[in-house]
Write a protein that binds this ligand. Sequence first.
Ligand code: ADP
Ligand code: MG
Length: 238
Amino acid sequence: MAGLRLASVRKKFGATDVIRNVDLDIADGEFVVFVGPSGCGKSTLLRMIAGLEDITGGDLFIDGRRCNDIEPRARGIAMVFQSYALYPHLTVYENMSFGLTLNRTPKSEIDTRVREAARILKLEHLLDRKPSQLSGGQRQRVAIGRAIIRKPAVFLFDEPLSNLDAALRMDMRMEIAKLHKELGATMIYVTHDQVEAMTLADKIVVLEGGVVQQIGAPIELYKKPANKFVAGFIGSPK
Ligand code: ADP
Ligand code: MG
Protein backbone atom coordinates (compact mmCIF):
# COMPACT_ATOMS: atom_id res chain seq x y z
CA MET A 1 0.00 0.00 0.00
CA ALA A 2 1.08 3.56 -0.48
CA GLY A 3 0.25 7.18 0.18
CA LEU A 4 0.72 9.94 -2.39
CA ARG A 5 1.74 13.58 -2.31
CA LEU A 6 1.28 16.12 -5.06
CA ALA A 7 3.19 19.38 -4.60
CA SER A 8 2.36 22.29 -6.94
CA VAL A 9 1.64 19.86 -9.78
CA ARG A 10 1.03 21.61 -13.08
CA LYS A 11 0.19 20.57 -16.63
CA LYS A 12 0.33 22.59 -19.81
CA PHE A 13 -0.79 21.40 -23.21
CA GLY A 14 1.01 23.83 -25.52
CA ALA A 15 0.34 27.27 -24.05
CA THR A 16 -2.80 26.15 -22.21
CA ASP A 17 -2.71 25.58 -18.43
CA VAL A 18 -4.84 22.51 -17.82
CA ILE A 19 -3.79 21.78 -14.21
CA ARG A 20 -2.64 24.63 -11.99
CA ASN A 21 -0.60 24.12 -8.82
CA VAL A 22 -2.39 21.16 -7.30
CA ASP A 23 -1.32 20.35 -3.73
CA LEU A 24 -2.75 17.16 -2.37
CA ASP A 25 -1.94 14.58 0.29
CA ILE A 26 -3.47 11.13 0.03
CA ALA A 27 -3.08 8.76 2.97
CA ASP A 28 -2.26 5.10 2.64
CA GLY A 29 -5.54 3.24 2.06
CA GLU A 30 -7.60 6.37 1.52
CA PHE A 31 -10.44 6.54 -1.06
CA VAL A 32 -10.11 9.87 -2.84
CA VAL A 33 -12.51 11.11 -5.50
CA PHE A 34 -11.68 13.78 -8.09
CA VAL A 35 -14.94 15.41 -9.10
CA GLY A 36 -15.80 18.28 -11.41
CA PRO A 37 -17.42 19.10 -14.74
CA SER A 38 -16.26 17.71 -18.05
CA GLY A 39 -12.97 19.26 -19.19
CA CYS A 40 -11.85 20.46 -15.72
CA GLY A 41 -8.72 18.27 -15.82
CA LYS A 42 -9.68 15.16 -13.82
CA SER A 43 -8.34 12.64 -16.34
CA THR A 44 -5.19 14.66 -16.94
CA LEU A 45 -4.42 14.71 -13.23
CA LEU A 46 -5.04 10.97 -12.97
CA ARG A 47 -2.94 10.24 -16.05
CA MET A 48 -0.02 12.20 -14.58
CA ILE A 49 -0.22 10.10 -11.42
CA ALA A 50 -0.28 6.95 -13.57
CA GLY A 51 2.69 8.17 -15.61
CA LEU A 52 0.72 8.23 -18.88
CA GLU A 53 1.20 11.99 -19.14
CA ASP A 54 4.33 14.04 -18.36
CA ILE A 55 4.23 16.42 -15.40
CA THR A 56 4.96 19.99 -16.56
CA GLY A 57 5.88 21.28 -13.09
CA GLY A 58 5.83 20.35 -9.42
CA ASP A 59 6.47 17.00 -7.77
CA LEU A 60 4.67 13.70 -7.43
CA PHE A 61 5.59 11.37 -4.57
CA ILE A 62 4.28 7.84 -4.25
CA ASP A 63 5.10 6.09 -1.00
CA GLY A 64 7.66 8.83 -0.32
CA ARG A 65 9.50 8.32 -3.61
CA ARG A 66 9.61 11.11 -6.20
CA CYS A 67 7.97 9.57 -9.25
CA ASN A 68 7.91 12.36 -11.89
CA ASP A 69 10.29 10.43 -14.11
CA ILE A 70 9.54 6.87 -13.04
CA GLU A 71 7.99 4.76 -15.79
CA PRO A 72 4.32 3.77 -15.32
CA ARG A 73 4.97 0.07 -14.69
CA ALA A 74 7.40 0.83 -11.85
CA ARG A 75 4.94 3.03 -9.93
CA GLY A 76 2.93 0.22 -8.29
CA ILE A 77 -0.27 1.57 -9.81
CA ALA A 78 -3.07 -0.02 -11.84
CA MET A 79 -5.64 1.97 -13.79
CA VAL A 80 -9.20 1.06 -14.77
CA PHE A 81 -10.65 2.94 -17.73
CA GLN A 82 -14.20 3.85 -18.69
CA SER A 83 -13.80 2.01 -21.99
CA TYR A 84 -12.70 -1.28 -20.31
CA ALA A 85 -9.95 -1.73 -22.94
CA LEU A 86 -10.33 -5.54 -23.09
CA TYR A 87 -8.81 -7.67 -25.84
CA PRO A 88 -11.77 -9.02 -27.90
CA HIS A 89 -9.97 -12.19 -29.05
CA LEU A 90 -8.90 -13.26 -25.54
CA THR A 91 -11.02 -14.98 -22.88
CA VAL A 92 -11.83 -13.41 -19.54
CA TYR A 93 -9.08 -15.50 -17.95
CA GLU A 94 -6.55 -14.42 -20.58
CA ASN A 95 -7.61 -10.78 -20.41
CA MET A 96 -7.02 -10.78 -16.67
CA SER A 97 -3.71 -12.66 -16.76
CA PHE A 98 -2.20 -10.96 -19.82
CA GLY A 99 -0.16 -8.28 -17.98
CA LEU A 100 1.29 -10.79 -15.53
CA THR A 101 2.20 -13.22 -18.31
CA LEU A 102 4.35 -10.45 -19.82
CA ASN A 103 5.94 -9.92 -16.40
CA ARG A 104 6.98 -13.58 -16.31
CA THR A 105 5.08 -14.27 -13.11
CA PRO A 106 4.93 -18.08 -12.60
CA LYS A 107 1.81 -19.71 -14.10
CA SER A 108 0.64 -21.19 -10.80
CA GLU A 109 0.89 -17.78 -9.10
CA ILE A 110 -1.06 -16.16 -11.96
CA ASP A 111 -3.71 -18.86 -11.69
CA THR A 112 -4.12 -18.30 -7.95
CA ARG A 113 -4.47 -14.56 -8.41
CA VAL A 114 -6.95 -14.80 -11.33
CA ARG A 115 -9.17 -17.20 -9.37
CA GLU A 116 -9.05 -15.00 -6.27
CA ALA A 117 -10.00 -11.90 -8.30
CA ALA A 118 -12.75 -13.88 -10.06
CA ARG A 119 -14.14 -14.89 -6.67
CA ILE A 120 -14.16 -11.31 -5.39
CA LEU A 121 -15.82 -10.05 -8.58
CA LYS A 122 -18.18 -12.99 -9.10
CA LEU A 123 -16.65 -13.91 -12.46
CA GLU A 124 -15.80 -17.55 -11.68
CA HIS A 125 -18.35 -18.96 -14.13
CA LEU A 126 -17.31 -16.60 -16.94
CA LEU A 127 -13.57 -17.22 -17.19
CA ASP A 128 -13.79 -18.97 -20.60
CA ARG A 129 -16.01 -16.36 -22.25
CA LYS A 130 -14.91 -13.67 -24.69
CA PRO A 131 -15.73 -10.01 -23.96
CA SER A 132 -18.44 -10.02 -26.67
CA GLN A 133 -20.31 -12.66 -24.62
CA LEU A 134 -20.46 -10.45 -21.52
CA SER A 135 -22.73 -7.66 -20.32
CA GLY A 136 -21.36 -4.16 -19.77
CA GLY A 137 -21.17 -4.69 -16.02
CA GLN A 138 -19.34 -8.00 -16.44
CA ARG A 139 -16.83 -6.39 -18.81
CA GLN A 140 -16.13 -3.67 -16.30
CA ARG A 141 -15.60 -6.35 -13.63
CA VAL A 142 -13.01 -8.01 -15.87
CA ALA A 143 -11.24 -4.67 -16.26
CA ILE A 144 -11.21 -4.29 -12.48
CA GLY A 145 -10.03 -7.90 -12.11
CA ARG A 146 -7.12 -7.21 -14.41
CA ALA A 147 -6.09 -4.39 -12.07
CA ILE A 148 -6.54 -6.49 -8.91
CA ILE A 149 -4.31 -9.34 -9.99
CA ARG A 150 -1.37 -6.98 -10.36
CA LYS A 151 -1.65 -6.32 -6.62
CA PRO A 152 -1.07 -2.59 -7.01
CA ALA A 153 -0.57 -0.31 -4.01
CA VAL A 154 -2.75 2.29 -5.73
CA PHE A 155 -5.83 1.85 -7.94
CA LEU A 156 -6.85 4.61 -10.33
CA PHE A 157 -10.37 4.63 -11.78
CA ASP A 158 -11.33 7.02 -14.59
CA GLU A 159 -15.13 7.22 -14.73
CA PRO A 160 -15.36 3.42 -14.65
CA LEU A 161 -19.15 3.30 -14.48
CA SER A 162 -20.08 5.96 -17.03
CA ASN A 163 -21.00 3.43 -19.72
CA LEU A 164 -23.39 1.50 -17.48
CA ASP A 165 -27.09 2.10 -16.93
CA ALA A 166 -28.27 3.70 -13.67
CA ALA A 167 -29.25 0.52 -11.79
CA LEU A 168 -26.04 -1.27 -12.66
CA ARG A 169 -24.04 1.82 -11.74
CA MET A 170 -25.47 1.69 -8.26
CA ASP A 171 -24.62 -2.03 -7.90
CA MET A 172 -21.08 -1.50 -9.13
CA ARG A 173 -20.65 1.47 -6.83
CA MET A 174 -21.39 -0.76 -3.85
CA GLU A 175 -18.98 -3.38 -5.20
CA ILE A 176 -16.18 -0.86 -5.55
CA ALA A 177 -16.78 0.29 -1.97
CA LYS A 178 -16.63 -3.36 -0.84
CA LEU A 179 -13.49 -3.93 -2.87
CA HIS A 180 -11.83 -0.98 -1.15
CA LYS A 181 -12.70 -2.46 2.24
CA GLU A 182 -11.50 -5.92 1.29
CA LEU A 183 -8.20 -4.87 -0.32
CA GLY A 184 -7.42 -1.84 1.84
CA ALA A 185 -5.54 -0.28 -1.09
CA THR A 186 -5.32 3.43 -1.86
CA MET A 187 -7.91 4.31 -4.50
CA ILE A 188 -8.27 7.45 -6.60
CA TYR A 189 -11.55 7.64 -8.45
CA VAL A 190 -12.56 10.16 -11.10
CA THR A 191 -16.19 10.99 -11.77
CA HIS A 192 -18.42 13.87 -12.82
CA ASP A 193 -21.24 12.32 -10.78
CA GLN A 194 -21.80 14.02 -7.41
CA VAL A 195 -23.69 11.06 -5.95
CA GLU A 196 -20.83 8.69 -6.73
CA ALA A 197 -18.38 11.15 -5.18
CA MET A 198 -20.42 11.70 -2.01
CA THR A 199 -21.06 8.00 -1.38
CA LEU A 200 -17.62 6.55 -2.18
CA ALA A 201 -15.13 9.11 -0.94
CA ASP A 202 -13.18 9.45 2.28
CA LYS A 203 -11.98 12.69 0.72
CA ILE A 204 -13.24 14.66 -2.28
CA VAL A 205 -11.15 16.96 -4.47
CA VAL A 206 -13.38 19.41 -6.35
CA LEU A 207 -11.79 20.68 -9.57
CA GLU A 208 -12.86 23.48 -11.86
CA GLY A 209 -10.77 24.79 -14.75
CA GLY A 210 -7.70 22.90 -13.54
CA VAL A 211 -7.85 24.57 -10.13
CA VAL A 212 -8.67 22.79 -6.86
CA GLN A 213 -11.74 24.50 -5.41
CA GLN A 214 -11.87 22.49 -2.20
CA ILE A 215 -10.57 19.32 -0.60
CA GLY A 216 -12.48 17.68 2.22
CA ALA A 217 -14.66 14.88 3.50
CA PRO A 218 -18.09 14.69 1.82
CA ILE A 219 -19.85 16.05 4.89
CA GLU A 220 -17.44 19.03 5.13
CA LEU A 221 -18.03 19.96 1.52
CA TYR A 222 -21.74 19.69 1.99
CA LYS A 223 -21.87 21.70 5.22
CA LYS A 224 -19.10 24.19 4.51
CA PRO A 225 -18.63 24.61 0.77
CA ALA A 226 -15.67 26.92 0.09
CA ASN A 227 -17.51 28.85 -2.62
CA LYS A 228 -20.58 28.99 -4.82
CA PHE A 229 -19.15 26.59 -7.35
CA VAL A 230 -18.64 23.86 -4.75
CA ALA A 231 -22.05 24.53 -3.18
CA GLY A 232 -23.76 24.30 -6.56
CA PHE A 233 -21.84 21.24 -7.64
CA ILE A 234 -22.25 19.29 -4.41
CA GLY A 235 -25.87 20.40 -4.01
CA SER A 236 -25.46 22.13 -0.63
CA PRO A 237 -28.52 23.95 0.71
CA LYS A 238 -26.79 27.37 0.69
P1 ADP B 1 -11.87 15.80 -17.67
O1 ADP B 1 -11.32 14.42 -17.51
O2 ADP B 1 -12.11 16.50 -16.38
O3 ADP B 1 -13.10 15.81 -18.53
P2 ADP B 1 -9.43 16.28 -19.18
O4 ADP B 1 -8.36 16.07 -18.19
O5 ADP B 1 -9.69 15.18 -20.13
O6 ADP B 1 -10.78 16.69 -18.43
O7 ADP B 1 -9.10 17.57 -20.02
C1 ADP B 1 -8.78 18.81 -19.41
C2 ADP B 1 -8.49 19.83 -20.49
O8 ADP B 1 -7.28 19.48 -21.16
C3 ADP B 1 -9.56 19.93 -21.56
O9 ADP B 1 -9.70 21.26 -21.94
C4 ADP B 1 -8.99 19.10 -22.69
O10 ADP B 1 -9.47 19.55 -23.92
C5 ADP B 1 -7.50 19.35 -22.55
N1 ADP B 1 -6.70 18.21 -23.02
C6 ADP B 1 -6.74 16.95 -22.54
N2 ADP B 1 -5.84 16.16 -23.17
C7 ADP B 1 -5.21 16.95 -24.07
C8 ADP B 1 -4.17 16.72 -25.03
N3 ADP B 1 -3.58 15.53 -25.17
N4 ADP B 1 -3.79 17.79 -25.79
C9 ADP B 1 -4.35 19.00 -25.64
N5 ADP B 1 -5.33 19.26 -24.74
C10 ADP B 1 -5.76 18.27 -23.98
MG1 MG C 1 -12.02 12.58 -18.18
